[in-house]
Design a protein around this ligand. Sequence first.
Ligand SMILES: Cc1cc2nc3c(=O)[nH]c(=O)nc-3n(C[C@H](O)[C@H](O)[C@H](O)COP(=O)(O)OP(=O)(O)OC[C@H]3O[C@@H](n4cnc5c(N)ncnc54)[C@H](O)[C@@H]3O)c2cc1C
Length: 384
Amino acid sequence: MTVLVVGGGIGGLATALGLARAGHRVTVLEAAPAFEEIGAGIQVGPNGFRALDALGVGAEVRARAVHVDGLRLRCGVSGRQIAGLAVDEEFRRRFGTYAVVHRNDVLAPLIEACRNHERVELRVDSAVEAYAQDGDGDGVAAKLRSGELVRGEALVGADGLRSAVRRQLVGDGEPRVSGHTAFRAVIPAQNVPRSLKENVVTLWAGPRYHVVWYVIAGGRYVNLVATTDNGATEPVTAKPTEHTEVLRHFAPLCDDAARVMALAREWRAWVLCDREPVTTWQDSRVVLLGDAAHPVLQYAAQGACQALEDAVCLSEVFDSRDVAGSCARYVALRSERTARVHHVSRRMGREVYHPAGEAAEARNALFASWTTADLHERLEWLYG
Ligand SMILES: Cc1cc2nc3c(=O)[nH]c(=O)nc-3n(C[C@H](O)[C@H](O)[C@H](O)COP(=O)(O)OP(=O)(O)OC[C@H]3O[C@@H](n4cnc5c(N)ncnc54)[C@H](O)[C@@H]3O)c2cc1C
């Protein structure tokens, strides 16, 4: 029997690989005509790299990653440094690798490993509309948009924020629109003046906005994400946006941040969404994973990392002799931690990235009072 994985993003492919390495047959059903990610970067924390190691692709992703020297929080208005976290020997000894990567540099090693694995079948143009549990309780079928039925012993819904599997399983409607818009651009590194080049993730936090940038793709590009709390009400995905329209949301802006923003030409906008955490990720032989189970705001840079952790956890506990029981164990192991990431992500937006006036002063004073050891203690639950 085969496990059906709906969705071939980072979460779905990691799950397919993990289950195959644990001895199960897997078919991935991806709606798009090809397995690919949008051309932007993500930060991968130590917990994400440990999951990639457990899947056997950590070395390939590390080889493609940019290993940053640290993370830096600066004031978006004055440019002054508010806090810094060195990714140095001490950090690496305690937590492991922290790096930034082009999304395809995570996806490509996963695809290659899946393609080379005899127990994985990858299918594209296979949008899943619904699932049906077999009456006798020992199987499940995915119903494709084409009308085809694909049968398996279990079905993993890894079909992202607007998951069709979740719609049927949880039925909690459309995602919550956060009101925050993230504009993304990728800039060729050769266009960046030397004075702005640093091997760190820099985040400028201003009143109701923040701007993050870092180098990706072996130093060839710079990834820029500028996010504004502009009260957007409509969910928007990858919408091309004019440069002048983007800039209007980011004022006042310190010189360095303004120079970085000026380098971007082709912007795309995402209105960020998440959902309230739920623990109903399972319906007998069907279970949710990644953004389909627990979509979070991007602010803790953990959505993909949590999807990778899910994949490792499900692969470790999944048992064909007790599909429903083993899926329930996976949900029990994962739901509390992912809900914590969800709450922390929202809080970081509110209390660290977007405060103004007195709230911003209070944030600055709090960060100034923390030593490196304090910061490490606070990160232990996530990276440790
Ligand atoms: C601006 C921004 C910045 C981010 N930065 C970071 C970061 O720094 N670090 C981090 O860890 N995370 C980050 N994230 C979060 C991360 O991108 C997601 O959490 C992660 O991609 C989720 O992976 P997934 O596989 O669960 O879902 P997805 O990547 O959404 O993949 C779902 C897949 O399912 C397919 N699909 C959809 N519907 C169907 C269907 N009906 N049938 C079949 N297939 C279907 C889709 O085509 C897609 O391939 C960021 C997100 C945003 C928006």
